[in-house]
Design a protein around this ligand. Structure first.
Ligand code: GLN
Length: 488
């Protein structure tokens, strides 16, 4: 049994049907981590009591087998990895930052409670760019994660650890978080499926906030169907998050089948900066989809070029407010206690200077500036106006099409170190993903062909974007497309 490639659905079915035990599945996962994670470095923490948990699950099965295994919850026994900005009670949680080294969470995030209620076995915490700021997982205070497809390349970011764990066979599925592309972009670069829910579809309670008006937690898996199962497990309203909306407001309609599906392809997503091989792979996939009966039409999202500049005003502004709480007093980790400390302010400043990495500092400073009196109107307010225009572009497009399709990223996985010295180059990796967060839409990235670089076959991601709360439609369309692309 090749456990490391099992889909979530096959893993859950195998356990339920008695083909293998939870202990076997979890042990295989731990063995793969032992063998490969020294190089990949997807995990910051692998829980040492996870085998005991698996054994308890097997005892539960043996009891229920006499009755009815179909009564077991859908994720029962499935090994899931969790990004290290999501709190698990009693476990270390660092968000990839030295600021939180040694911090232990005091409660479970709502998504973690839900995973447990569904029977998932959480095996560990995955590496990430510090406080989710980055596109390569090189901005982790604990070292970079590598792309399992080519160890010289980045896995993407900021959920690079989760993507590498799933792609490398070190977990059956994982959770990531996406503020401007951090689920979809690493999914694309590692060759897996990554899905960002509609803003408000999944509770953010227990997610360490980066930019609260954009952050969402979502699934990272081997197939679209797996992403749907994991999404269903974590979605829903939550009394602890006022932005997590009620079930009634969701759109249940799956939309048309492939034959009647109208797919809009924004002309702005095929402009300057897009690697020609990536463009060719995405176009080839779109041709196959068209040949299967879908209607593909060119659309326009006229304010696309302003998405990245608006994002990099709004995000630093929210970051500067959200990260003010990390002061050396309340959380974790480090506190500067040198003998020369003058007063409380001096301690805050020294702790923050030592605890934050350079990308975090850059954003805290830019954000404080953008929000300051006299500049607020020129920067933050202006960016919010642009955000509205971007949202309206999408609303107009969805009057004509069911979903929007294009590349997830402008290039395949880049080399470690290639962009770390130039923040702008790093920001450009998210050029096709940030607008989705600004608008609050659901979107996913799925594998759509490969390109060859220096002898390595590197995955390309196809991004599908759906209207607000039309997750059912997004998954239905993506599942059909996946079947089609896999068949050819
Ligand atoms: N790379 C983008 C950023 O650095 C997106 C990060 C994310 O989605 N968390 O802001």
């Amino acid at each position: 049994m090749e456990f490391s490639r099992l889909t979530l659905q096959a893993a859950a079915a195998g356990i339920r049907g008695g083909e293998f035990s939870v202990t076997e599945l979890v042990s295989a996962c731990l063995a793969a981590i032992k063998e490969k994670d020294g190089e990949i470095r997807a995990y910051l923490d692998v829980f040492d009591d996870v085998l005991a948990e698996a054994q308890r699950a097997d005892i539960e099965i043996s009891k229920s087998r006499n009755l009815e295994t179909s009564g077991l919850p859908p994720l029962f026994g499935v090994p899931v990895a969790v990004k290290d900005n999501i709190l698990i009670a009693g476990r270390r949680c660092t968000a990839g930052s030295a600021m939180l080294a040694g911090y232990v969470a005091s409660y479970d995030a709502t998504v973690v409670e839900k995973l447990r209620a569904q029977g998932a076995v959480i095996i560990g915490k995955t590496n990430m760019d510090e406080f989710a700021m980055g596109s390569s997982t090189e901005h982790s205070a604990f070292g970079a994660t590598r792309n399992p497809r080519d160890l010289g390349r980045v896995p993407g970011g900021s959920s690079g650890g989760s993507a590498a764990a799933v792609a490398g066979g070190l977990a059956t599925a994982a959770l990531g978080s996406d503020t401007g592309g951090s689920i979809r972009q690493p999914a694309a670069l590692c060759g897996i499926v990554g899905m960002k829910p509609t803003y408000g579809a999944v509770s953010r309670h227990g997610l360490i906030a980066m930019a609260s008006s954009l952050d969402q937690i979502g699934p990272m898996t081997r197939t679209v169907a797996d992403a749907r199962v994991l999404y269903d497990a974590i979605a829903g309203p939550d009394a602890f998050d006022a932005t997590a909306v009620k079930e009634e407001s969701r759109i249940k309609n799956q939309g048309p089948g492939m034959k009647d599906l109208r797919i809009g392809v924004p002309k702005e997503y095929f402009g300057a900066g897009l690697d020609s091989d990536v463009a060719a792979a995405v176009k080839k996939s779109l041709e196959k989809i068209e040949a299967a009966g879908a209607r593909i039409e060119e659309i326009t999202l006229p304010h696309s070029e302003y998405a990245l500049p608006a994002y990099y005003i709004i995000v630093p502004s929210e970051v500067s407010a959200n990260l003010a709480r990390f002061d050396g007093i309340r959380y974790g980790g480090i506190r500067n206690q040198e003998s020369g400390i003058r007063d409380l302010y001096d301690m805050y400043a020294k702790t923050r200077a030592a605890g934050f990495g350079s990308e975090v500092k850059r954003r805290v400073m830019l954000g404080a500036y953008a929000l300051s009196a006299g500049y607020y109107d020129a920067y933050y307010l202006q960016a919010q106006r642009v955000r509205r225009l971007i949202r309206d572009d999408f609303a107009r497009a969805f009057e004509k099409v069911d979903v929007i399709a294009g590349p997830t990223t402008p290039t395949p996985a880049f080399m470690l170190g290639e962009r770390s010295a130039d923040p702008l180059q790093m920001y450009l990796a998210d050029i096709y993903t940030v607008a989705v967060n600004l608008a609050g839409l659901p979107a996913l990235s799925m594998p759509a062909g490969e390109v060859t670089r220096d002898g390595a076959d590197l995955p390309v991601g196809l991004q599908l974007i759906a209207p607000w709360f039309a997750e059912a439609k997004l998954f239905a369309a993506a599942e059909e497309i996946e079947l089609l692309l896999n068949a050819l």
